[in-house]
Design a protein around this ligand. Structure first.
Ligand SMILES: Nc1ncnc2c1ncn2[C@@H]1O[C@H](COP(=O)(O)OP(=O)(O)OP(=O)(O)O)[C@@H](O)[C@H]1O
Ligand SMILES: NC(=O)c1ccc[n+]([C@@H]2O[C@H](COP(=O)(O)O)[C@@H](O)[C@H]2O)c1
Length: 275
């Protein structure tokens, strides 16, 4: 059954962004469309706050700058700096809910956000509200929204897009609250891209909560497996080795210019000579 209009949101460090961080959006969108599971109308990358404190997490300003470079050719994936602008780390449930609320409020033009400028992470399709609302059926009518707007409005669901390793982190004691997971999986939904060394199907089967909500979890097999990760890029950069073709050249140039992850000036000069 179609899950209606969906925005895919990926949360993470993106320190630095890799081709796989962006590739997973394309793989997921194609899969959902090809099976008629959902109409993906946008993608959001939400880098985590500096206070998340993960090893090698460089300042959000750098991670966002690198994401902008990596995404400059994308027509549909936007970057939200909302998490990075908060006073501290934001739980993923809160972030999903925030972005979903803003999108749906924007669509229905509820008075509380009348004077709100459209955030720059808002998918282009959302901005074109008239197109959004023409001739669409409603899967789950929201009477409040209809009453407020006087129109038939199809709500947008923001789903968490992640790799199978993030799904498996749900079992790490103390990392996620049961209540948050219930909301993330039950109300938003997950789109999980396979990753070497993970068995998300088994993981779902072995979790009562995930099994209960399995209709709201889409597993996407990445047949063009690619195990590039931020860790791999940081390691290569630290060792003065080439990370070319694992992420955008402009991202590599940026991290060298700013001496991130132990990049050295000689690497900077080498890039400058080659470009
Ligand atoms: N190669 C990959 N295949 C599938 N999903 C991936 C891959 N690399 C990253 N992801 C997903 O991207 C999201 C953001 O992850 P994150 O920023 O932690 O990237 P990472 O490359 O795994 O980072 P690090 O190496 O620093 O742990 C997560 O949902 C993660 O599962
Ligand atoms: N309880 C939670 O909401 C929770 C727990 C762990 C990680 N996360 C999120 O998952 C992402 C994980 O990123 P890393 O894989 O880089 O650690 C981050 O965006 C982080 O905020 C959320």
């Amino acid at each position: 059954m179609s899950q209606g209009k969906v925005v895919l949101m990926a949360c993470g460090s993106f320190s630095p962004p890799t081709y796989m961080h962006l590739r997973m959006f394309e793989i997921a969108k194609d899969y959902l469309h090809s099976l008629g599971l959902a109409n993906v109308i946008g993608g959001i990358v939400s880098p985590v706050h500096d206070a998340y404190g993960k090893k090698d997490l460089v300042a959000a300003q750098h991670r966002i700058a690198m994401l902008k470079l990596a995404l400059r050719s994308s027509t549909w994936i936007k970057i939200s700096d909302w998490e990075t602008q908060q006073n501290g780390w934001t739980r993923t449930r809160i972030s999903l809910q925030y972005h979903q609320d803003i999108i749906n409020r924007f669509l229905t033009n509820i008075s509380t956000i009348d004077d709100m400028d459209a955030p720059n992470w808002l998918p282009d399709d959302i901005l074109n509200v008239n197109n959004m609302n023409s001739g669409n059926s409603i899967d789950e009518p929201d009477n409040l929204m209809e009453r407020l707007n006087g129109n038939r409005v199809e709500r947008v669901t923001v789903k968490l897009l992640c790799g199978a390793d993030l799904l498996e982190s749900f079992a790490t004691p103390g990392l996620w609250s049961d209540e948050d997971l219930e909301t993330i999986v039950g109300r938003h939904g997950l789109v999980v891209v396979s990753r070497a060394g993970s068995d998300p199907g088994r993981f779902i089967y072995e979790s009562d909560m995930l099994y209960k909500h399995r209709n709201n979890v889409t597993l996407v097999t990445n047949y063009i497996a690619n195990e590039v990760s931020s860790t791999v890029i940081r390691r290569l950069v630290r060792r003065g080795e080439s990370a070319k073709y694992l992420t955008d050249d402009a991202v590599l140039a940026y991290l060298r210019t700013h001496r991130l992850y132990g990049a050295t000036s000689s690497q900077t000069e080498a890039v400058a000579r080659c470009s």
